[in-house]
Design a protein around this ligand. Structure first.
Ligand code: UD1
Ligand code: CA
Length: 451
């Protein structure tokens, strides 16, 4: 079955109290909108139409930055959810199949749940995703007769009897595109909010002899974000699930509640993650690695047996081969470290390639930026970079080469050479003792003058 996603993302999100459109606020390093797009992506949709309004330019950039096939339509005035879906009509003119409507501010709908809805579509014309609400509050209520959905009543329009219903509308709807748009054409705004309600299509479908049903999911999936407090609660919910998944997948988390994952973090089995580790987007850690306390990793790949931290930072493009050791207060950016390389203390390695088993001494810095351009540092295999070496890129240090501590390396060093680039040491016999006497005499004089 062909499917198309329509994601509603035009709302202002007033309660976020923000200049940023609501759907661009992030959970686990990705905008809410991207979470919604990911939920639907498992269906491999033929079309994805994002309905934007407030902050349309920013929303468009985010949507197409994630998937350049996403189409964006503008809902100039937010006249209601039915009106919002209608804005996708032209974009779906040539599409024939199921349309799934999702909300851009509802990030946790599981792909399996959407798959259940698509299955249910085989027996019903319109399928709505419902949930049993612990506190039904202001949600729309689903009015069922057996397994048939008769109508949805918006909270503002409920009778006392209907308010007692706890089966609520999540907002997710699946229907054949032609049927959906035909029903939407008939939706009016004669209700207490004066809005065009998407939910009205159920009553309309029934009155035309079409069938509708509800598929249900856990309430946690339907969690929507309307305020900063709800954003924080959604982040907490995401992290709780990500930690539980990591533990179930054979990852040791010493203190799970202190580890934060991104939406796309991949961690192999038998990896140990110590307390207070944070993953930004696009980090992969292979089996059996150890990530020590207080490290921050993003856009990086850590291979088997490698150790990182404590207090290490891996930035985008950090590629650590097997058994690499990255120690405390080390930052790695856009650099490939071959197997067994070690950078154990207080270093910055950026725009670099470090060969197998090379040892980078404490305080080494790749001086990769001249204020205008970035340049590359290449270090061969089995090299030994002395402590506090400045590697002024572009520069190459050969295989098995060494640099003297404190060197400022500005020229290439050939294989097997030792480079020393620092002031030559001069020892002056007895001068320390003499200098000390002079200083003591000066101090005595000053103290006497001060009384
Ligand atoms: C909607 C449902 C309600 C359901 C609830 C679940 C309707 C009429 N009501 O109510 O049954 O229980 O969601 O959270 O559908 N949007 C637009 N353009 C618009 C209006 C809304 O893009 O013109 C977007 C919003 O940005 C939001 C989503 O659609 O992401 C839902 O709209 P919202 O106004 O929050 O609907 P609710 O009143 O919560
Ligand atoms: Ca809402």
């Amino acid at each position: 079955m062909n499917t198309a996603l329509v994601i509603l993302a035009a709302g202002m999100g007033t309660r976020m109290n923000s200049d940023l459109p609501k759907v661009l606020h992030e959970i686990a390093g990705a905008p809410l909108l991207i979470h919604a797009m990911k939920s639907g992506a498992a269906l491999d949709p033929e079309k994805q139409v994002i309905v934007t309004g407030h902050g349309a330019d920013l929303v468009t950039r985010a949507a197409q930055g994630w998937d350049d096939r996403a189409e964006v339509v503008l809902q100039e005035e937010q006249l209601g959810t039915a009106h919002a879906v209608l804005q996708a009509r032209a974009a779906l003119a040539d599409f024939d199949g199921d349309v799934i409507v999702l909300y851009g501010d509802t990030p946790f709908i599981q792909p399996e749940t959407i798959a259940h809805m698509v299955e249910a579509r085989q027996h019903h014309d319109v399928v709505v995703l419902g949930f049993e609400a612990a506190d039904p509050g202001r949600y729309g209520r689903l009015i069922l007769q057996g397994d048939r959905l008769e109508k949805i009543v918006e909270f503002k329009d409920t009778t006392d009897q209907e308010r007692a219903i706890t089966l609520c509308n999540s907002g997710v709807v699946a229907a054949n595109s032609k049927i959906l748009f035909a029903l939407l054409d008939k939706v009016g705004n004669d209700n207490s909010a004066g809005e065009y309600y998407l939910t009205d299509i159920i009553g309309l479908a029934r009155s035309e002899g079409l069938s509708a049903t509800a598929v249900t999911c856990d309430e946690a999936e339907t969690l929507g974000v309307n305020s900063r407090a709800e954003l924080a609660a959604a982040e907490a919910a995401f992290q709780a699930r990500a930690r539980a998944d990591a533990l179930a997948n054979g990852v040791t988390l010493t203190a799970p509640e202190t580890v934060f994952f991104a939406h796309d973090t991949v961690i192999g089995r038998d990896t140990v993650i110590e307390p207070n580790v944070m993953f930004g987007p696009d980090a992969t850690v292979e089996s059996g690695a150890r990530i020590r306390a207080f490290s921050h990793l993003e856009g990086c790949h850590v291979s088997r047996g490698a150790t990182v931290g404590p207090f290490a930072r891996l930035r985008p493009g950090a590629e650590l081969a097997e058994d690499v050791h990255i120690g405390n207060f080390v930052e790695i950016k856009n650099a490939v470290l071959d197997a067994g390389a070690k950078v154990n203390h207080l270093s910055y390695i950026g725009d670099a390639h470090i060969g197998e088993k090379s040892n980078i001494g404490a305080g080494t810095i790749t001086c990769n930026y001249d204020g205008v351009m970035k340049h590359k540092t290449e270090i061969g295999a089995n090299a030994f970079i002395g402590s506090n070496t400045m590697l002024v890129a572009p520069v190459r240090v050969g295989n098995r080469a060494m640099t003297g501590s404190g060197s400022v390396i500005t020229a290439d060093v050939e294989d097997d050479a030792l480079a020393i680039a620092r002031g030559t040491q001069v020892n002056k016999p007895g001068l320390a003792a003499k200098l000390r006497e002079i200083l003591k005499a000066k101090k005595a004089k000053r103290d006497k003058e001060a009384g």
